[in-house]
Ligand binder design. Structure first.
Ligand code: CMC
Length: 380
């Protein structure tokens, strides 16, 4: 519906609702840049920490700035005792996404000034949430396995520290680098649904915790970040590479959505999927998981034949499933990994929004009835 004042766009498709200096996407050419730098360059040359600095400061750091940023981040690796106790109180069968959403929300209660929204204070809160989130996921996973929580090691990078806290042993350099690339490629992505949720919440001048909590809630949906778990479930249902063709064709015939394919913005291959495909293949070779990679690649070929003409290609979630499996992560930790990385983007957008805020308040197109007589309850 259009009126002189407004146009209805279902799902807000094509609506420009924010300005950002963080990421640029060209969906027809399959381009993604963070602050003007191609995602491929960042994936091959940068670190997650440097990428976060880039997104939050709109420029690459000097060596001294990166060192200072790393030190600040590492100081915040440790959870408060109160947070640890809350994690230990979580039911062991809770879904990790519900746990991380709830624990990030609960962090507001440990903050003496949770509602302060000056850009400088918001940046500190962002850094704290970013630094603490890996400890939350690792601690909950160990708690549900009946293991002691492993305290963070501030001598380790973000990626290495997470894998160390999760497994209780120092990860190999190859695993750390692979995980770091996953974090870089998932860090920011325009006005995706969860980032929009974060911006909407902070636009009321609520608080950083509420905004990030809302974003986590959005991300877990299967049409968004939850798709990586959907991809792994599909891969698990397919016994071998020879069964891929019939499995995918059956799904298509039943009008099922193939998780990890399609995107609102990309009508070409998502450049993050290209990066993660290379990574998944290397990791699969190194970890004896080539059967999984081969199944994934075979799905991509069937989908290319059936759907490329419609502009449906693999998205970031498709090869991240194989990658996370090869890193040794359990299926229900895949979407939490997206959270760990995307906190960088959400927080950066919250800070951008705070710097130039206007309340988000779109309108609805009322399609109901008018002038309906009120009928007394006894007469209905
Ligand atoms: N499998 C089968 N058909 C699909 C798929 C898919 N994965 N994606 C889109 N389509 C079809 C859809 O059925 C529709 O067909 P028709 O025009 O005949 O009715 C057409 O393509 C347009 O679909 P839409 O849902 O209106 O388009 P959208 O822009 O809202 O879709 C999407 C974006 C991501 C919701 C969708 O592609 C999808 O459901 N993909 C699977 C879930 C997924 O992988 N999500 C992760 C997205 S990327 C990372 C992230 O943001 O988290």
């Amino acid at each position: 519906m259009s009126t002189a004042e407004s146009t209805f766009s279902k799902g807000l498709e094509g609506v420009v609702a924010a300005q950002t200096e963080m990421s640029f996407i060209n969906g027809t050419e399959g381009v993604l840049e963070y602050v003007g730098i191609a995602i491929g360059d960042l994936a091959s040359k940068s670190s997650f920490e440097e990428t976060v600095f880039l997104l939050w400061n709109k420029r690459l750091p000097t060596a001294a700035e990166l060192e200072a940023f790393n030190a600040e981040l590492r100081e915040d690796y440790t959870m408060t005792d109160a947070l640890k106790e809350r994690i230990k109180a979580c039911p062991v069968d809770a879904e990790p996404m519900h746990v991380i959403r709830t624990m990030i929300s609960s962090m507001a209660m440990d903050d003496p000034s949770p509602n302060e929204n000056s850009v400088e204070v918001a940046r500190h809160k962002a850094l704290n949430i970013l630094a603490t989130a890996p400890a939350i996921v690792a601690a909950f996973d160990r708690h549900r396995r009946g293991l002691d929580i492993v305290d963070p090691d501030p001598s380790l990078s973000f990626a290495a520290n997470f894998l160390y806290m999760l497994n209780g042993e120092k990860p190999t350099d190859a695993m750390v680098r692979a995980f770091d690339i996953c974090m870089i490629t998932h860090a920011d992505h325009g006005l995706n649904n969860s980032t929009f949720a974060a911006r909407v919440v902070i636009s009321t001048l609520s608080d950083m915790y509420s905004a990030i909590t809302a974003a986590v809630g959005s991300l877990r949906g299967p049409l968004h970040g939850g798709a990586n778990e959907g991809v792994m479930k599909m891969l698990n249902q397919i016994s071998d590479v020879d069964s891929v063709e019939s499995h995918v064709m059956n799904m298509i015939a039943n009008k099922e959505r193939i998780m990890g394919f399609g995107h609102r913005v990309y009508k070409a291959k998502d450049p993050r999927a290209a990066e993660l495909m290379t990574l998944a293949k290397q990791l699969a070779e190194d970890t004896g998981n080539m059967d999984l990679y081969n199944k994934s690649h075979a799905i991509e070929l069937v989908m290319e034949r059936e759907y490329a003409a419609k502009g449906i290609y693999p998205n970031v979630d498709f090869y991240s499933a194989t990658t996370y499996h090869c890193i040794g992560l359990k299926l229900d930790l895949f979407t939490p990994m997206f959270v760990l990385a995307r906190i960088a983007g959400w927080a950066g957008h919250v800070i951008e929004q705070l710097g130039d805020n206007r309340l988000y308040r779109p309108t609805t197109d009322y399609v109901g009835q008018h002038a309906v007589p009120y009928v007394a309850i006894k007469d209905r």
